[in-house]
Design a protein around this ligand. Structure first.
Ligand SMILES: NC(=O)c1ccc[n+]([C@@H]2O[C@H](COP(=O)([O-])OP(=O)(O)OC[C@H]3O[C@@H](n4cnc5c(N)ncnc54)[C@H](OP(=O)(O)O)[C@@H]3O)[C@@H](O)[C@H]2O)c1
Length: 235
């Protein structure tokens, strides 16, 4: 039987790396995309926030497509050396808002543009983009973190749209967004000090929850934002 292939994008990040380990332990063949590493036939080093790279990604995916069962897109950003999540509207900066949009939204868009031409009515591809619960508009009771919330909300709308489009084009395929749960990483590090220990999950635990969602999801799950416990979060 042909080994099933999964593409992990943003593969250099903490959660991306843990997902690769978990998938490989479960017997999947993993291919990856990241800004890091050297390109080979199973790894593509490219910037997924640049539309000019769509064709390169399609070219990389084409030989794997017959065995490709899914995509897990992990790239995202919350802060950098110069910008921390905003506490109030006065801290909202147009440059950082655009940068947050670029890194939280475009990798899923560019990757979907690379995958879409390969899909047909018989394809059955599962897609997970890692989003965040704080990107839910309805769930927002605390405020703050403007750029991250706004860019994850934009990602969520993209995922909802893609689920509708691919639902018509490839009815067995499924497209979801998922909140991985708070996990120690470069992204979360400044914000986990006062976080309750019982709500801080190891990368291995987070990866096993995401892979479990990945293996169990069907087209009936498509178009939803899922919590790491597999419950549905309102958009
Ligand atoms: N950790 C948490 O507690 C938590 C909670 C909620 C949601 N999330 C979401 O889960 C996902 C993975 O997070 P993580 O904790 O694993 O974070 P991480 O270790 O910081 O990894 C994030 C990845 O995003 C990509 N990325 C970062 N900056 C980029 C830039 N300037 N241009 C292009 N790509 C860039 C990178 O992929 P490459 O280096 O491979 O190119 C990076 O490895 C993110 O989407 C995040 O929003 C995480």
């Amino acid at each position: 039987m042909m080994q099933k292939t999964v593409l992990v994008a943003g593969s250099h990040g903490t959660i991306g790396r843990a997902i690769i380990d978990t998938l490989q332990c479960q017997g999947y063949h993993v291919i990856s995309i990241s800004r890091h590493g050297h390109s080979t036939n199973v790894h593509l080093c490219t910037d997924m926030t640049n539309h000019a790279n769509v064709e390169t990604i399609t070219h990389f995916l084409t030989p794997h497509f017959t065995s490709l069962v899914g995509v897990i897109q992990c790239a995202g950003v919350l802060h950098n050396d110069m910008h921390q999540p905003e506490k109030n509207v006065m801290q909202l900066d147009s440059v950082w808002l655009q940068e947050s949009m670029r890194i939280n939204v475009l990798p899923s868009v560019v990757l979907a543009q690379a995958v879409s031409p390969l899909l047909n009515r018989k394809s059955s591809v599962r897609w997970i983009s890692l989003s965040a619960k704080v990107g839910s508009i309805e769930d927002n009771g605390l405020g703050g973190w403007y750029s991250y919330r706004m860019s994850k909300a934009a990602l969520n709308m993209f995922i909802k749209n893609l689920a509708i489009e691919w639902g018509r084009k490839s009815p067995e395929s499924s497209v979801i967004a998922m909140h991985p749960g708070t996990t120690p990483s470069d992204l979360s590090e400044p914000f986990t000090k006062n976080w309750p220990k019982e709500k801080l999950y190891s990368p291995e635990m987070t990866a096993s929850r995401i892979v479990s969602m990945f293996t169990s999801m069907t087209h009936t799950d498509s178009g939803q934002l899922y919590h790491h416990d597999h419950s549905s979060i309102p958009w």
